[in-house]
Ligand binder design. Structure first.
Ligand code: ATP
Ligand code: MG
Length: 421
């Protein structure tokens, strides 16, 4: 193999001078590759001068050769012929961009753009981007239409305390907490839609899995024969994303030290009642009808793992624990949750598509029918049976990358404290 000419623009992550040889560790800010730029004073005094006094954090452009025989142990070795200093830091860096000295999550959120110079950090966000690409692939191959519904809304999906209020030219409006109502209305004219979208929720969360602005993958499909059709689609989507990340993000997974296993499929279908029994046998008494809390979800996750399931659906939820738009079946409902090792990834189900029943459901939940008139309107004109799900994108990335805190996989998280950067 002959030596190869190369031009690299990027940032200096570390420097070292050993006698008459200067080394610069440079990253190009796109892939995970690290370059070790080598300059010998005897060969190239000008470039050596520059390399020897380059500061960590500087932006540089390097031209040179990748030698046949690589001596450097870290990264791709480049024998520099020409180095130009593009920009120098005017302050000390807030963290070590080589990642050798670990930084606090707090510091990384504050200076995410610098943190992204750490290969491990870049790996997280490259996987996130790849997952989104895989999600689009999945839906496009199946004829789903990508849609964009409003984020400024006149009514909330589930009403009440979790809405961010805004002043809309003197009228009260809300930030969308999900595309629920709109994606359902579209079922009156489009049979399959999906949206990748932010959710805004005003709850004063203080957990490692909630943000006030999070991203969801929403899908809705018409002409279904039951919630199982929707679960199969969601299961297919999750498996496709796992498969794609496993095959196309090997370097990234390697950088993270993650061995991503395909979840056992088909995912387990566990009924709410069965879940309650398992919980009872492990000392958790949940009253029938109540939603499961995070401790209960975790314990259930452990029980499922013992059976060999990482991913499992909880089905046949009591209707009282689910929102008005979910189809009712006596005391039960056609709703499901998808959990992965004790973390809720998605909620979905078959919706009520019959106008009269839907109005009744709204009343039964104690909501005001008038404030849903724009939504109900769509149910008057041949609304077919339909269902869908909302999948938390940030949570999906958490489980794929093994991140323990949702803030690790969101560039600029919005939580109770954090409004800038
Ligand atoms: P949880 O019970 O975990 O608070 P939820 O049931 O209120 O979630 P859904 O309305 O079912 O949430 O939203 C669909 C999916 O979106 C959830 O399963 C979750 O993965 C994700 N999600 C919802 N709210 C948040 C949030 N505040 N932060 C991060 N992800 C969220
Ligand atoms: Mg839910």
């Amino acid at each position: 193999m002959a030596e190869k000419w190369i031009e690299v623009s990027g940032w200096v992550n570390a420097t070292r001078v050993v006698g008459r040889i200067a080394f610069l560790e440079v990253i190009d800010g796109s892939e995970l590759t690290v370059y070790t730029v080598v300059v010998k004073r005897d060969e190239n005094p000008q470039a050596w001068e520059l390399a020897a006094r380059a500061k960590v954090g500087s932006a540089v452009s390097v031209k040179g050769f990748v030698p046949d025989k690589q001596i450097s142990k870290r990264g791709i070795e480049v024998r520099a012929r020409e180095i130009s200093l593009v920009a120098e830091p005017v302050d000390y860096l807030p963290l070590d961009p080589s990642g050798r000295t670990p930084a606090l999550l707090e510091t990384m959120m504050e200076h995410r753009y610098v943190a992204l110079r750490i290969p491990r950090q870049r790996a997280l966000f490259r996987i996130r981007a790849l997952a989104v690409k895989a999600i689009r692939e999945f839906f496009e191959e199946r004829g789903f239409l990508e849609v964009h519904t409003p984020k400024i809304c006149g009514a909330g999906a589930e009403g009440g305390a979790t809405l961010f209020r805004i002043d809309y030219f003197g009228r009260e409006a809300y930030l969308a907490q999900s595309p629920q109502l709109y994606k359902q209305m579209l079922m009156c004219g489009v049979s399959k839609v999906y949206e990748i979208t932010p959710y805004f929720r005003a709850e004063p969360f203080s957990t490692s899995r909630h943000l006030n602005e999070s991203w969801g993958v929403d899908a809705e499909m018409a002409f279904i024969s039951g919630p199982e059709d929707v679960m199969r689609t969601l299961e297919g989507l999750v498996l496709h994303v796992f498969e794609r990340v496993r095959s196309s993000a090997r370097a990234e997974l390697n950088e993270l030290g993650v061995e991503l296993k395909m979840p056992r499929a088909p995912f387990k279908r566990l009924s709410y009642s069965e879940a309650l029994e398992i919980l009872k046998s492990r000392g958790f008494d949940v009253k029938w009808g109540q939603d499961l809390g995070s401790d209960e979800e975790r314990v259930l996750g452990e029980a499922m793992r013992e059976e060999g399931y990482d991913a499992y659906f909880i089905v046949e939820y009591p209707w009282e624990a689910k929102p008005f738009y979910i189809m009712r079946r006596g005391d039960l409902s056609e709703a499901f949750d998808l959990d992965y090792r004790g973390l809720e990834l998605a909620s979905g189900g078959q919706r009520e598509h019959r106008y009269d029943k839907l109005v009744e459901n709204i009343r039964l939940k104690g909501l005001n029918v008038d404030s849903f008139s724009f939504y109900l309107e769509a149910f008057k004109y041949g609304m077919p049976p339909h269902g869908g799900f909302g999948l938390g994108l940030d949570r999906l990335i958490m489980v794929i990358t093994g991140a323990q805190n949702i803030r690790e996989v969101v560039l600029f998280p919005r939580d109770r404290q954090r409004l800038v950067p």
